[in-house]
Design a protein around this ligand. Structure first.
Ligand SMILES: C[S@@+](CC[C@H](N)C(=O)[O-])C[C@H]1O[C@@H](n2cnc3c(N)ncnc32)[C@H](O)[C@@H]1O
Ligand code: SF4
Ligand code: SF4
Length: 469
């Protein structure tokens, strides 16, 4: 069958600058006026695309599909506390309890048991540990013991101590904790949805009061003494779209986080629930405008001497530098696993309560669950979770760069880990398009490109430089 050459390309016809992405090789080109006018003639267009394709096909051998090292884990998430001192309006984790009725705290023996099993299955060790919950700092004593235990076990078994990170609601941080994070070089993420006018509408304490005053005080405490990077996770809801409707308001909103001293930010989106907060399809137009303003403003910051790093843009640029084609949307169930407060092993915390994917490190093979071993989970995810196996994704121009599908979120929202979500797809496409346009715009500005490369290296030790074809 004759190949349709167009399916290898995505055109970005932007007012500022037009770009052509060759999908299979992840090569991208800035289109000048001459090429743009030639594209309107079907014969010339065909010749041009065939030429570009022939040139890029040679490069495909340089693009590497993610090689899965099945002996080394990328990340283990520890649900050290399945309880929380807050009642955020949109919490997918059932106020931190997940599927447990009254909440649970992790015990040392259960952690030890789970780690022995993980290190048996992955003898080359673990790159990163993330403390998570519920609110992980409610079980700080266990975190202290876990860091010692995991450091010793990993050093003995594989000679390398993992990097440690923690995601917290930021309400109960003490000086002692900050000192501990300094000593062990933690990366810390605080969840905060903006200044009090928005944060206190949705991130509320158990008694319904806003949490801003506590978080703000603790961020100041962190900034006084910290020697580690501080990130913020912002959960966007309908309320944001109502409050920040203009370009200037969105810019001020993002500036607020930079001024508060954070080094980088990630965005999450509460979709579908609860009614007053969750984004629904009627919000799509406003959502696009809001996200576009954030993206434009934040990508520009990556080309400055003092960047406020937008994690999604950083992630995409690093993929374009490495020309690394994504085969799976994330590493859950392949090289990332979660240990629950009871010591059970899951592909990701978003699968809590889904006994199909639960491996019990204490009763191992006699478990009633359908996946009896970690290998069963890996096999299932390898086969079911490939982007190319999902029809909608296999036809999508973003398929080799995509970070939009979260199998865990889809498991929670739709009970189907293969389903895509319109908001996340739209977000992924908007970020990628703007990253490509900005790279094209600045490609001839040597100084800007040097700054970007320096920022990329210092944020994530990325080797290589961005090359504009
Ligand atoms: C489940 S919390 C656990 C850690 C800690 N309690 C905290 O709030 O940072 C982790 C992150 O998930 C986000 N989150 C909770 N429910 C969400 C939802 N329905 N949609 C998107 N993000 C959500 C929270 O805002 C928070 O940034
Ligand atoms: S602080 Fe985290 S776990 Fe607790 S209710 Fe809020 S989002 Fe959920
Ligand atoms: S953007 Fe959506 S449809 Fe496209 S590859 Fe990603 S998840 Fe699939």
């Amino acid at each position: 069958m004759k190949e349709n050459i167009e399916q290898n390309f995505h055109f970005l016809l932007d007012e500022e600058c037009s770009v052509l992405l060759h999908i299979p090789s992840l090569s991208f080109y800035k289109l000048n006026e001459k090429v743009l006018s030639l594209l309107s003639n079907s014969k010339e267009r065909n010749e041009f695309l065939n030429d570009v394709h022939a040139k890029c096909v040679k490069d495909i051998s340089n693009t590497s599909e993610e090689v899965e090292n099945n002996k080394k884990l990328r990340k283990v998430v520890l649900l050290v506390e399945q309880n929380c001192n807050m009642s955020c309006k949109y919490c997918y984790a059932n106020e931190g309890r997940y599927d447990s009725k009254h909440g649970l705290s992790m015990k040392y023996e259960d952690l030890l048991c789970a780690f022995k099993l993980l290190l048996k299955e992955f003898p080359e060790g673990i790159e990163a540990i993330q403390f998570f919950g519920g609110e992980p700092l409610l079980n700080f004593e266990l975190i202290e013991a876990a860091v010692e235990l995991i450091s010793n076990l990993c050093k003995e078994e594989c000679g390398v101590i993992p990097k440690f990170g923690l995601i917290t609601n930021g309400t109960i941080i003490t000086e002692k904790m900050v000192e501990f994070f300094n000593v062990h070089n933690f990366g810390l993420t605080v969840s905060l949805d903006g200044p009090p006018e928005i944060n206190d509408l949705q991130r509320v304490l158990k008694n319904g009061d806003g949490s801003y005053h506590l978080i703000s005080k603790n961020i100041d405490l962190l900034n006084k003494n910290r020697k580690f990077n501080l990130y913020v996770e912002i959960t966007i809801t309908k309320k944001h779209l109502a409050l920040y409707c203009t370009k200037e308001a969105v810019k001020e909103f993002i500036d607020y986080f930079a001024k508060k001293g954070f080094n980088a930010f990630t965005l999450g989106f509460a979709v579908d629930f609860p009614e007053d907060y969750g984004l629904t399809i009627d919000d799509m137009k406003k959502f696009r405008e809001f996200v576009k303003h954030i993206i434009d403003y934040s990508i520009d910051s990556m080309f400055t001497q003092k960047p406020f790093v937008f994690y999604a843009a950083y992630f995409l640029i690093s993929k374009l530098i490495k020309k690394k084609k994504a085969v799976y949307p994330c590493r859950a169930g392949l090289r990332n696993f979660t240990v629950t407060a009871e010591g059970k092993i899951l592909p990701c915390y978003m699968f809590a309560g889904n006994s199909f994917f639960e491996v019990d490190s204490k009763i191992s093979n006699e478990s009633n669950s359908k996946c009896k071993t970690i290998n069963d989970i890996v096999d299932k995810f390898k086969c079911e979770n490939r982007t190319s196996g999902i029809e909608e994704c296999s036809l999508c121009w973003l398929r080799y760069l995509c970070f939009s599908r979260c199998p865990g979120f889809s498991n929670i929202l739709y009970n189907d880990m293969k389903k895509t979500n319109k908001f996340y797809c739209e977000y992924g496409k908007l970020v990628t398009e703007r990253v490509l346009v900005k790279l094209a715009l600045y490609s001839s500005d040597k100084e800007k490109m040097q700054i970007l490369n320096r920022n990329m290296k210092s944020f994530g030790s990325i080797k290589g430089e961005i090359i504009f074809e």
